[in-house]
Design a protein around this ligand. Structure first.
Ligand code: NOJ
Length: 532
């Protein structure tokens, strides 16, 4: 492959939720030693980079997204030595490692917050977002927490409120304060110097809030089932123009190191999302594109979303796609077993960097969680609305032994009931498994520049299909995905002839194609065009 592109453009990223990947020390919670044990699996699968959700010291109010020290490892996960060993072993296998960086808020147990809340005149008094009460003694404005209730918490010592976009145990840092920026850039530098290849930046669009703390407007689309946190639009507490200045500082830091990247977590409409590429090359390398997570699984909507995204990208903006993560329902649960193969082919053949959530390559589904088993604070705060994230965080299914080979102890979240059938060992033995399909798709991206870096062109193939061409130099591939349970005949006209490179049914490789192509229900194919 020509090396015109960066690793984070050509490669496939694999997200590990560390509590649930592999337990190395028998306490029921995954850890760094466990991830090390499984690196050979990831190398076999063919992924190019792993992103690990937070592993820093944390009281775990939000399972690591409440950081109490940015430059150490939580003992639950191991030590800095374990981290260095993991990084070295990943690099030895040609894999990059992306850390999750959580700059918007700290834990309320972080020493910075302890100092900040102690008085109104201590050196860190303005490291967090403190405001006087409203005239009636209530919160300073109407901003809501994404985890339910007001976003403001009263603190008796200061006689003021502090703002928390998430839990009250996660106070927001004041990123308008240059000292905060410097301290957080120092933390990033600590890991860059250790050799990490990049950062996934948590809720990056939240970093700067409105200078005047204006009230948020009502959300005209709000319905009670969405959860109270959606009652207002987040107009003034997120996506403020000045956020791009602090991102530019992060980018400048990364650019001092060779080959590093950052991917920003951003849930915004496409036209706002693409502004996070920055002007020139001053933004994040990849603003996460969550369209396929947020939308209905419908071919017309998906076609429109791809076209809208492709059209909105700035000239320097490299695309990316995501089907699932630790905050959303599993893709296999969303689309159903019959369409997991189609979803895999979509993710891995669209133009741009794919990010794959651990276990999705097996078709792991949401695991039912009883009220007694709930761990997620979001579910605890707003129960029964289907917002809980525990179902998508169940332990990885490695084999059919006790606890699926994840742990010798009772896992922190329940195992899926089907793990004796759905696991890595069983699927590795079965060449027709979903796991093998994922592996083939990942390896095809290595073999075909058209897939990894080629142009994208929509191909109109009927209402029930999503179709597109991927082209690079003399390589030309046609992807056809049938979203319908019924067979479809696709008329290729004289546009194309060639052979099937890969089908989700795995039985048609090498089959010649000319003029028309019959697709099974929910079948996807990649056709190598050898004429025209
Ligand atoms: C986004 C993370 O993905 C989510 O898991 C977390 O709860 C919030 N940010 C708060 O940090």
């Amino acid at each position: 492959m020509l090396k015109k592109h960066q690793w984070w453009q050509e490669g496939v990223v694999y997200q590990i939720y560390p509590r649930s990947f592999q337990d190395g020390n028998g306490d029921g919670v995954g850890d760094l030693a466990g991830i090390r044990q499984r690196l050979d699996y990831l190398a076999w699968l063919g992924v190019d980079a792993i992103w690990i959700s937070p592993i820093y010291p944390s009281p775990m109010a939000d399972f690591g997204y409440d950081v109490s020290n940015y430059t150490d490892i939580h003992p639950l996960f191991g030590t800095l030595d374990d981290f260095d060993a993991l990084l070295a072993e990943a690099h030895a296998r040609g894999m990059r490692l992306i850390l999750d960086f959580v700059p918007n808020h700290t834990s309320d147990q972080h020493p910075w917050f302890a100092e900040s809340r102690a008085s109104r005149d201590n050196p860190k008094h303005d490291w967090y977002i403190w405001r006087d009460p409203a005239p009636d003694g209530g919160p300073p404005n109407n901003w809501l927490s994404s985890f339910g209730g007001s976003g403001w918490q009263y603190d008796a010592a200061r006689g003021q409120y502090y703002y928390h976009a998430f839990l009250k145990e996660q106070p927001d840092l004041n990123w308008r304060n240059p000292a905060v920026q410097d301290a957080m850039l120092d933390a990033m530098r600590f890991w860059l110097d250790r050799g990490v290849d990049g950062f996934r930046i948590d809720v990056i669009w939240h970093l700067i809030k409105d200078e005047d703390f204006r009230h948020n407007p009502d959300n005209p689309e709000y319905e009670a089932h969405m959860g109270e946190h959606r009652r207002l639009l987040s107009t003034y507490n997120t996506d403020r123009p000045e956020v791009h200045d602090v991102i530019a500082r992060m980018r400048e830091l990364l650019d001092h190191y060779p080959d590093r990247m950052m991917v920003g977590e951003i849930y915004l409409p496409v036209e706002r999302l693409v502004t996070y590429y920055g002007t020139g090359a001053g933004g994040v390398h990849l603003p996460f594109n969550f369209q396929l997570i947020g939308m209905a699984w419908d071919p017309a909507l998906i076609r429109a979303a791809i076209d809208q995204y492709e059209a909105a990208l700035p000239p320097h903006g490299w695309p990316n796609w995501v089907l699932g993560n630790h905050d959303n329902h599993r893709i296999a649960s969303r689309v159903g077993a019959a369409q997991t193969r189609l979803a895999a082919m979509l993710l891995l053949t669209l133009r741009g960097t794919p990010t794959l959530y651990y276990g999705d390559e097996l078709g792991m589904t949401d695991v039912p969680i009883s009220p007694q088993q709930v761990q997620d604070p979001l579910e605890k705060n707003m129960p029964g609305l289907g917002l809980g994230r525990d179902p998508a965080r169940s332990p990885m299914q490695w084999d059919d032994s006790v606890n699926a080979g994840f742990s010798t102890a009772e896992p922190w979240l329940p195992m899926a009931a089907d793990y004796r059938d759905v696991n890595v060992r069983a699927q590795a033995r079965d060449p027709h498994s979903l796991l093998h399909l994922y592996r083939k798709l990942i390896h095809l991206r290595d073999d075909w520049d058209a897939l990894a870096i080629g142009r994208y062109r929509g191909f109109s193939a009927g209402a029930q299909l999503v179709g597109y061409l991927r082209e690079h130099e003399n390589e030309r591939l046609l992807v056809l995905l049938n979203f319908d349970a019924a067979q479809q005949v696709v008329d290729l006209g004289d546009l194309l002839c060639g052979e099937i490179l890969l089908s989700t049914s795995l039985k048609r490789e090498g089959e010649p194609v000319a003029q028309t192509l019959l697709l099974d229900g929910f079948e996807g194919v990649i056709v190598r065009a050898s004429c025209n």
